[in-house]
Write a protein that binds this ligand. Structure first.
Ligand code: NAG
Ligand code: NAG
Ligand code: NAG
Length: 422
């Protein structure tokens, strides 16, 4: 499918979305600068490896410093950097690459806006922390490490990142055990990050580009324009194919994207806000593209959407997350007066190693902290979680479908809220 068709279909999801206002719909105003800063700060709490002096999330310590040692190969330097993708302690390469791609896209598209509120350096650091891992995981032209940590072993324990003693099994793709999606997304991420650092750190940018090219096994004529296009393509394609996969053929008359009564895009009852925030990000970008091309709007079947209607819908998703919703609460931790207190997140749940230095073991973490009714001791500022399909939220740590934050939700939220800072 062509990019333009994908985007037009993207707006067609709006035809099932109401533009009406509801009875709970008062008109709060939000501090989008604050929300952007917090969404970016979240990534510091997800960091793996040796933390830098400039680390602002102080309840976290160094972790996973011997990652890579499982294969006894000294040149596997993946013990440093990269992100834990959610509330567990595994480094998953594919979602990490997607996260870096989204963050980079936001940094490129809204460079001026983000710089104007002093968040560009922080955002670039968040891109670099993920891109560095992908660079180091690409140990030879045909070998890419795609995961560190055994998911099942990890999930059996409720441990702080700094105490981790679960198997740090390594997974890699090679010519004998290929993985196209993981390889392509890693290449996308490196290409996108290379654009972010093009004028900032030319050497680093070049290195990112070389590794990206090597992953794609592309020829030398690979230009920056090609890269931008590729990036847009792959990200939009990823989002749209996910949606198509869930809801059938967009050409089919039966396709219908559910919207909750509170007007939240609701694609799946498991970390749903990743879809709401990524749709918002793509729709904002699309309305900008329309404006830049001096096109007022698009037809979707018999319906017409103006560029400003598209923007209004994209904004409604951000506002819902920040507090304009039936629960009248913010779904971003640390934003506003009322927000979730029982994040499903190991590091946030157990007292910081800085205040409780004794090791908390695999089972002790469950019995003392996971099953506790108390709020999490470490407030993971900027983390985003969300409600169920009835716009309700129970704020229970055990409810991982609704209470576990992810890096890709936050990355897409950064790309949405950045459109709102001025
Ligand atoms: C919005 O948030 C930013 C960052 O926290 C802060 O500096 C600014 O003063 C806030 N603006 C208002 C109007 O409260
Ligand atoms: C790595 O070395 C340790 C200690 O020498 C050994 O027990 C382990 O089996 C080795 N692992 C691999 C994958 O060779
Ligand atoms: C250039 O970047 C590479 C990869 O990040 C690094 O290893 C190297 O030291 C850098 N060289 C300079 C001159 O900064």
């Amino acid at each position: 499918m062509e990019l333009s068709r994908l985007l037009i279909w993207g707006t067609c999801i709006l035809s099932s979305a109401a533009f009406a206002t509801s009875d709970w719909d008062t008109n709060p105003t939000f501090n989008y600068t604050d929300a952007l800063g917090k969404a970016v700060l979240f990534f510091e709490g997800q960091r793996s490896g040796k933390l830098p002096v400039a680390q602002r999330v102080k309840w976290r310590g160094d972790s996973a410093l011997s990652d890579g040692s499982y294969e006894n190969i000294s040149n596997i330097k993946i013990n440093n950097r990269g992100y834990y993708d959610a509330g567990d302690n595994v480094k998953f390469g594919w979602p990490m690459a997607f996260t870096v791609t989204l963050l980079s896209w936001a940094a490129i598209e809204y460079e001026k806006e983000i710089a104007s509120v002093m968040q560009l350096e922080h955002l670039r650091s968040s891109v670099r922390w993920g891109a560095d891992f992908i660079l180091r995981a690409h140990v030879s032209p045909t070998t890419l490490y795609t995961q560190v940590g055994d998911g099942n072993g990890d999930h059996q324990c409720w441990e702080r990142l700094e105490d981790m003693d679960t198997p740090r099994t390594l997974y890699k793709i090679t010519p004998n055990s290929p993985g196209t999606e993981a390889a392509a997304e890693a290449a996308d991420a490196l290409a996108a990050a290379s654009i972010v650092f093009h004028h900032v750190d030319a050497n680093y940018s070049r290195s990112l580009l070389q590794h990206s090219k090597s992953r794609f096994q592309f020829a030398d004529q690979f230009s920056l324009e090609d890269l931008t296009l590729l990036l847009v393509h792959s990200t939009v394609l990823f989002l749209v194919t996910r949606i198509v996969h869930l809801y059938g053929d967009p050409g089919g008359s039966s396709s219908k994207i559910p919207i909750t009564r509170g007007e939240l895009l609701f694609l799946r009852d498991n970390s749903n806000l990743q879809y709401a925030s990524s749709s918002s990000m793509v729709l904002y970008m699309y309305s900008r593209l329309l404006n830049q091309a001096h096109v007022n709007g698009v037809h979707c079947g018999s319906k017409y959407f103006s560029s400003s209607q598209i923007k209004t819908f994209a904004k409604s998703q951000v506002d819902y997350i920040l507090g304009k919703n039936p629960m009248k609460m913010s779904y971003m931790i640390g934003f506003g007066n009322k927000y979730p207190l029982q994040l499903h997140h190991r590091a946030s749940t157990i007292p910081s190693i800085k205040v409780h230095s004794t090791k908390v073991g695999c089972n002790a973490g469950y019995s003392h902290y996971f099953y506790s009714n108390n709020p999490n001791p470490n407030i993971h500022i900027g983390a985003i979680v969300g409600p169920n399909s009835n716009d309700q939220f129970s704020d229970l740590r055990s409810d991982h479908s609704h209470s576990e934050p992810t890096t890709y939700t936050n990355a897409a939220f950064v790309g949405s809220v950045a459109a709102l800072v001025t």
